[in-house]
Design a binder for this molecule. Structure first.
Ligand SMILES: [Zn+2]
Length: 391
């Protein structure tokens, strides 16, 4: 599929073939100068110039402001990006307690979005119905016909069986086990849908938007009601042989610990998920706590909450230190609900990496909170939808 734009099709004119290569190149770079497009596609500067003039006239492409990160010597080159007229993408990101839906363009920009809270695991059919309803609502609100949609990607908070298109565990998201989620959503939308893991989508978004320079080796951690990792290795998302790479939530930390929803005992997730943290703090508080209260307590420097979150960071960091020894990443990026607690969590993770990873590996890695917050997964879904769209 990735080689599609580079292969002439029967009946292709040279101009049509080159135009497809240019559009594919612009989709890959998202925002690019004519010179960058020429370099990526191998097309001549004259051809790129003529084709972009044509695409600008058709309003398939717009010129955008150069960002400060690209400021260099002399006048900055005009940058180009695709518009919604070149195609529309849809992202559907399920958490365990909410779903978020967004419409975007082929440059990955969000044009409209919706989010609702719901018990995603309680009834898969109802969650999928609600997601499909939200997609319909945002398409109507933006005046977008379904024929303009070139790709839909949905993210779920569970390991996947990549080949079968199913959830890869009988116990994680049990309400979804008998289903092929992408097929289910596809039949509701009347559009093809691709499925991926939520932390994988967060990792893609962090690589594209998380900082002003591209990082080819990173670990994205989503710490919410569950905990998972998305791995970018050598610039590519690493899903593993069946699709369940990065399931660090089920590394065993305490062999005699409480039984986890996966069936094992003392998994990392049983100790550091947002529900475990709330349970740990609850006895010290007269009214019922939610994770938002814990975040507020940490912000107010409450000693108990700060301690619990710091220790959670240390336990996560112990597992991540092993991952760092294996993978030697440049960045460990903390996302998910608990990332809003900020410094105590990242400091806990940092200290465990410094203690348990090889010194050179620990020195090479930056640990930071996601700059994308709770939008990481939906932005990743839109990016992947754009990448997968036929050229
Ligand atoms: Zn487990």
């Amino acid at each position: 599929m990735e080689t599609g734009p580079d292969v002439p099709r029967p009946g292709d004119t040279l101009r049509g073939f080159n135009r497809r290569r240019l559009l594919a190149g612009l989709r890959e770079l998202r925002v690019a100068s004519r010179a960058q497009l020429a370099e990526l596609t191998g097309l001549s500067a004259v051809t790129v110039s003529a084709l972009t003039a044509e695409l600008l006239r058709e309003e398939m492409v717009v010129t955008v402001e150069a960002t400060t990160a690209r400021r260099g010597v002399g006048r900055p080159a005009a940058l180009l990006a695709l518009t919604a007229r070149a195609g529309v993408t849809i992202g559907v990101a399920f958490g365990r307690r909410h779903v978020r839906v967004a419409v975007g363009d082929l440059s990955g920009r969000v044009t409209a979005q919706e989010r609702v809270d719901l018990d995603v695991d309680g009834s898969a059919g109802r969650a999928l119905d609600i997601a499909a309803g939200l997609v319909g609502a945002v398409l109507t609100r933006t005046g977008t016909p379904r024929t303009a949609v070139v790709g839909v990607v949905m993210g779920v908070p569970a390991p996947l069986n990549w080949r079968a298109g199913t959830i890869g565990s009988n116990n994680i998201l049990p309400g979804w086990v008998a289903l092929r989620p992408a097929v289910e959503l596809s039949s509701r939308l009347g559009l093809p849908v691709a499925l991926d893991n939520d932390a994988n989508l967060g990792a893609l978004a962090e690589r594209a938007y998380g900082s002003d320079h591209v990082i080819d080796d990173l670990i994205y951690l989503k710490v919410s009601t569950g905990i998972g990792a998305g791995l970018i290795l050598g610039g590519r998302l690493h899903r593993g042989s069946t699709g369940s790479a990065g399931e660090i939530g089920h590394i065993q930390i305490r062999p005699d610990g409480v039984v986890c929803r996966c069936g094992s005992r003392g998994c990392l997730e049983t100790l550091v998920s947002t529900t475990s943290i709330v349970d740990l703090l609850q006895p010290a508080h007269p009214r019922a706590l939610a994770i938002a209260d814990v975040i507020a307590l940490v912000a107010a420097e409450d000693p108990g909450a700060t301690r619990v979150v710091t220790e959670a960071g240390q336990m996560i960091g112990r597992a991540v230190a092993d991952l760092c020894n294996h993978l030697n990443p440049a960045e460990v990026i903390i996302g998910g609900e608990l990332s809003e607690s900020g410094t105590p969590l990242t400091a806990g993770i940092r200290s465990a990496i410094d203690r348990y990873a090889q010194p050179a590996t620990a020195r090479a890695v930056t640990v930071r909170t996601s700059t994308l917050g709770d939008r990481a997964e939906i932005l990743g879904a839109l990016l992947l939808a754009a990448q997968r769209a036929p050229a």
